[in-house]
Design a protein around this ligand. Structure first.
Ligand SMILES: Nc1ncnc2c1ncn2[C@@H]1O[C@H](COP(=O)(O)OP(=O)(O)OP(=O)(O)O)[C@@H](O)[C@H]1O
Length: 612
């Protein structure tokens, strides 16, 4: 048995027998806990055996009571007492072993669930952006909760139940046949019908459950979007339309729920009816045999008790079939994710990144997103920047500026060409080293629901207060933070204080600066910050700028015109390159953009039309 939480062992267990069928893999995972597995199976067998002796003991007790009524003596009384005591001991032992079986089976199921939950989380952290671009986060959450639950329940509801039901039904039927084959046939006539009804209904219930799950997912998505876009909804007075959308999804889910209830109730009534009909038949046929003297009252009692005991496992056959089907589908989804190839990870011979002069070089870089290989985004981009240099990247929307910056920390790999740092191809160095050395301040500034301090020190949780305050100072956020009642202890994010767009971006800058990267990329990350604050941020960072390469992607030329070199990107190609003054003198695309941003729009448009 592994320790209650041993992450390494859990991850190994979840990845065993990759590529095999889900049921086989889940069963294999349960075998990683041999002690729990053995206790659970042995307890199940003993509990089932003990349960099967109860009808025999009851039958014997009834015969002994009858004998006592006919001929009361101490021996008969003693025998009845012994049977009663045995019944008591058997019942207690059965309870103890059932308890052991339930506890160990649930315990084992939770360990399997823990291992898979960890492995799923680990995988989603490592899978490349190209995977996350295509996946809906809601679907991953569903997989991480509902599908894992289906797999977790496998051991107790499918595996152990199969052993229990096989022993109870198999041995129970054999014992009845050995007492009276004809009566056994009558007693068991309800079993095939109930087993069929139960299995068929459970499979139909499963199909409707999957549909209900889909409908609930739609409902969640409608709600998520509505809450996420609450400002848009209010601004466009979209309340009625949103209400209609929600009501339609909700009504569909309710109809399906009604259908499921009707299915369950109808099925349960039919099974109960057939069971009592069979019991009536046994009483009728068995009663006749008792009168004829070929069966004792005790034996008839044994039959009736067996039937009561067997009713539960026969009805549960459907649940067992359902548990296998559920574990199969849920397991397939979970293992498909776990078996997914991680496109971007350390090469087998990845080396530590060694920083010397800190030179970043793009050599004839080509790139297309993996899901659209026929639409190249970058077409032969080459440039070089050394420590202390600032490179500005500008160009029309969609020209590939953000894409270019995302290639540096290997969010995606180049399709062709090479990106290197100090001559080391970034695909050949350790990913952790690379991502510590090359950091991107993203366009969207994500805040974790925690304190400002934790948000800023995300990359280095052990950073001193002085460093955190220093980073916030460089990002021009320190003065705002110390004005808050809780200062750096203020909780931000969904359940905390709301920050403005500009403040979020400044926090994002502080977080990245904390990392002291060798290559720092600003991906349009000052768009929500006013020009004066931006200039102050730039001045504050001037000192540290000497220790790294800085790349600035921006639409506002004021953000990058101070750069040592500016690249004008269009359709994934560098169409102009030079300093601000050189590019102005050239009178090309950059100069036109500059004119547009610095002079009245009408003048520039008129000038451009004249030039045509
Ligand atoms: N994850 C993605 N998968 C597929 N295509 C993408 C993805 N991200 C961006 N693109 C496409 O790549 C092209 C370049 O996008 P990119 O964001 O790099 O441009 P950009 O120059 O930064 O634009 P903007 O100035 O508007 O931010 C666009 O056509 C965009 O639709």
């Amino acid at each position: 048995m592994t320790a209650p939480s041993d992450p390494e062992a859990a991850l190994r267990s979840a990845h065993r027998e990759a590529g095999q069928g889900p049921i086989r893999r889940i069963t294999r995972m349960t075998l990683d806990h041999p002690l729990l597995f053995t206790i659970s199976v042995v307890s199940t067998l003993i509990a089932a055996g003990l349960q099967l002796t109860i009808p025999l003991l009851l039958g014997r007790a009834v015969d002994q009571t009858q004998g006592l009524l006919e001929r009361p003596d101490e021996t008969a009384q003693g025998a009845l007492l012994l049977t009663a005591l045995t019944l008591l001991v058997v019942s207690i032992l059965r309870g103890v072993f059932t308890m052991a079986q339930n506890y160990t089976a649930e315990n084992l199921g939770h360990r399997v669930g823990y291992a898979l939950r960890l492995a799923v989380y680990d995988k989603t952290q490592r899978l490349s952006f190209s995977f996350h671009d295509k996946s809906h986060s809601g679907d991953l959450v569903t997989l991480g909760i509902l599908d894992l639950e289906g797999v977790r329940m496998y051991f107790s509801t499918a595996f152990i139940r199969t052993i229990l039901l096989t022993v109870l039904i198999g041995v129970g039927a054999a014992v009845m046949v050995s007492i009276d084959p004809v009566l056994a046939l009558v007693a068991l006539c309800f079993a095939p019908f109930v087993a069929w009804r139960s299995s068929a209904t459970q499979l139909r219930m499963r199909a409707t459950w999957l549909e209900l799950q889909d409908r609930l997912a739609v409902l969640t998505r409608v709600m998520e979007e509505n809450l996420g876009g609450i400002r848009v909804v209010r601004a466009f007075a979209g309340f009625r339309h949103e209400m209609f959308k929600f009501d339609r999804a909700s009504a569909r889910a309710m109809q399906l729920a009604f259908h499921r209830v009707a299915l369950r109730v109808r099925n349960s009534s039919a099974m109960t009816l057939s069971f009592f009909a069979a019991m009536g038949l046994v009483l009728w046929v068995g009663g006749g045999k008792v009168i004829a003297g070929s069966l004792t009252v005790g034996e008839l009692t044994t039959f009736l008790t067996f039937m009561t005991i067997l009713q539960m496992p026969v009805r549960q056959l459907g649940l067992m079939v359902n548990a296998f089907a559920r574990a199969g589908t849920c397991g397939r989804r979970v293992f498909d994710l776990l078996d997914r190839e991680v496109e971007i990870e350390d090469a087998p011979d990845a080396k530590p990144l060694e920083i010397g002069a800190g030179t970043l070089r793009f050599e004839d870089v080509h790139f297309a997103y993996p899901d659209a290989p026929e639409s190249p985004i970058l077409n032969g981009v080459s440039f070089e920047a050394t420590r202390g240099e600032t490179v500005g990247i500008v160009g029309p929307p969609g020209s590939g500026k953000s894409t270019l910056s995302h290639l540096i920390p290997r969010f995606y790999d180049v399709t062709d060409g090479t990106i290197s740092i100090d001559g080391q191809d970034i695909r050949n160095v350790r990913l952790d080293d690379l991502r510590r050395a090359a950091a991107v301040v993203q366009q969207d500034s994500f805040l974790f629901t925690t304190t400002l301090e934790n948000n800023i020190a995300y990359a280095d949780p052990w950073a001193t207060d002085t460093r955190i305050a220093g980073a916030a100072g460089s990002a021009q956020l320190h003065d705002y933070i110390i004005g808050l009642p809780e200062q750096y202890g203020t909780v931000v994010g969904e359940r905390g204080v709301s920050l403005s767009g500009g403040q979020r971006q400044r926090l994002s800058i502080a977080r990245t600066v904390m990392q002291r990267p060798n290559v720092l990329v600003f991906d349009d990350s000052t768009a929500a910050i006013d020009a004066a604050t931006e200039a102050r941020i730039r001045a504050a960072m001037e000192e540290e700028a000497d220790s790294r390469v800085t790349l600035i992607v921006a639409h506002r030329l004021a953000s990058l015109m101070h750069a040592d070199r500016i690249l004008f990107l269009d359709k994934g190609r560098v169409v102009e390159e030079g300093t601000h003054d050189e590019l102005l003198a050239k009178g090309g695309r950059y100069a036109a953009l500059h004119a547009l941003q610095t002079r009245p729009e009408d003048d520039v448009i008129a000038e451009m039309e004249d030039a045509r």
